[in-house]
Design a binder for this molecule. Structure first.
Ligand SMILES: [Zn+2]
Length: 422
């Protein structure tokens, strides 16, 4: 854009004389003020943006904040996802995705069918700004004017083509090429009574992720290779999960797919930085077994671990015995708490709940069970597979496989070298 173009746009936004604006802009730019900053300062000078009654201000996407109220943006539609939601008691079809200009991207929800397709360039006049998961999002509703414009260039990929590794909760209008590696059909109590759904695991060349098909499509079968369009991503137990809606399309894939049936190998640091990961494998040493391991009691109502017969929600309860290990794993790049369920705990302990109770009774101390487990695993190296979630209290790995590894030093050196090479 030339200075002349900037001046023209700004003048029409502000309702002032173009030559006057241009002279001011020229002045500021000559003093090395960046053009966007110069425009902002002229907006202030001519009284826009202060609720001055000239309607929503034209904004660059990077400048839209949750305090923006309403804005007018010119942007390219990157993705369009269609979804039906229940809103104020009614079924409503909405369109969601991302818009971009040269300064950034922003997600949007369109409450009407404006006929948006990915690749369109639009000016959304008077788009409401609301906060969604801590970030600004544009609301395109009945008071929004959508005008289709000449194509603009943006430094972002248009269309929702993605691989599983790159998906994040909140992604919408996504297209994938995947293999269904696990699937089961379930009946759930949905909002319209009993509903059949399918859930399982998808894989591509990059990763494996859980999915739910809310329509229980017949094409979703184990081993099926599919191209799916218009899926959305939600967080489920700390990891991204792919959701098929009624508007998702599914077609056989006309190419081979080299899916991996092994977990994604990661360093602890990578896994933790990913903010949550499905089916990952780390190699590390057990440096400690945390309190709350060994023979524990759970509340029969909610399953929470009780302390001295007390549940945090249900007070005094008659706890049920269970086995668990919470072990701190260190691979040199970071630490994570590996959580082993009763079955896997029994394997490392070498006995079941009844054995543990007998040992505790003989010693007149429950802690002996945790101590036995400590003796077994602390200081040794394991290959640990599971699902990683990160919360305010740290990173937890819900373990699905827990094996001591003989080749650990070599593998670990390799993992560390890869880390260093980045
Ligand atoms: Zn309880």
């Amino acid at each position: 854009m030339s200075l002349d173009d900037h001046a023209e746009g700004l003048a029409s936004d502000l309702g002032v004389d173009k030559e006057e604006v241009k002279a001011d802009l020229q002045n500021l730019v000559e003093y090395s003020v960046p053009i966007e900053e110069a425009k902002q300062s002229l907006r202030r000078k001519y009284g826009d943006g202060g609720g001055g009654g000239s309607g929503p201000s034209r904004a660059d996407i990077a400048d839209v904040t949750t305090d923006s109220g309403s804005v007018t943006v010119t942007a390219k539609v990157l993705t369009v996802g269609k979804r039906s939601i229940r809103y104020q008691g009614n079924e409503q079809v909405i369109f969601e995705g991302e818009l971009a200009d040269e300064t950034g991207t922003i997600s949007y929800t369109a409450w009407e069918d404006f006929g948006l397709s990915s690749g369109d360039t639009i000016t959304a006049g008077n788009a409401g700004v609301r906060e969604w998961e801590g970030r600004p999002e544009l609301n395109l509703g009945e008071s929004t004017n959508i005008a289709f414009e000449d194509d603009i260039e943006v430094p972002y990929d248009v269309g929702g083509e993605a691989d599983l590794e790159s998906l994040e909760p909140g992604d919408r209008g996504i297209s994938l090429e995947v293999e269904v590696v696990e699937v089961e059909q379930k009946t759930i109590d949905g909002r319209d009574g009993e509903t059949e759904i399918k859930s399982g695991v998808l894989a591509d060349e990059t990763a494996r992720l859980p999915f739910t098909d809310w329509e229980a499509r017949p094409e979703i079968a184990a081993g099926a290779r599919l191209r799916v369009e218009d899926v959305y991503v939600r967080e489920f137990r700390g990891v991204p999960s792919v959701n098929f809606s009624e508007f998702t399309t599914v077609a056989p894939l006309d190419r081979d797919l080299e899916v991996s049936d092994t977990a994604t190998r990661m360093t602890v640091r990578e896994a933790v930085e990913s903010g949550g990961a499905y089916d990952v494998e780390v190699l590390g040493s057990i440096v400690a077994v945390r309190d709350g391991s060994g023979l524990i009691e759970r509340c029969p109502e909610c399953g929470r671990v009780t302390q001295n017969g007390q549940c945090r929600s249900h007070g005094d309860v008659d706890g049920e015995d269970d086995l668990r290990v919470k072990a701190i794993v260190d691979d040199g790049t970071g630490t994570v708490t590996a959580v082993l369920d009763a079955e896997r705990t029994a394997e490392v302990y070498g006995g079941d709940v009844d054995d543990a109770k007998a040992q505790a009774r003989d010693a007149m101390d429950k802690e002996v069970v945790a101590d036995s487990i400590r003796d077994e695993i602390v200081g040794r190296e394991f290959r640990i597979r599971g699902n990683l979630s990160v919360d305010d209290y740290g990173a937890n790995l819900e373990v699905t496989e827990f094996d001591e590894c003989d080749d650990a030093p070599a593998d670990r050196a390799k993992a560390l070298l890869a880390e260093v090479a980045e």
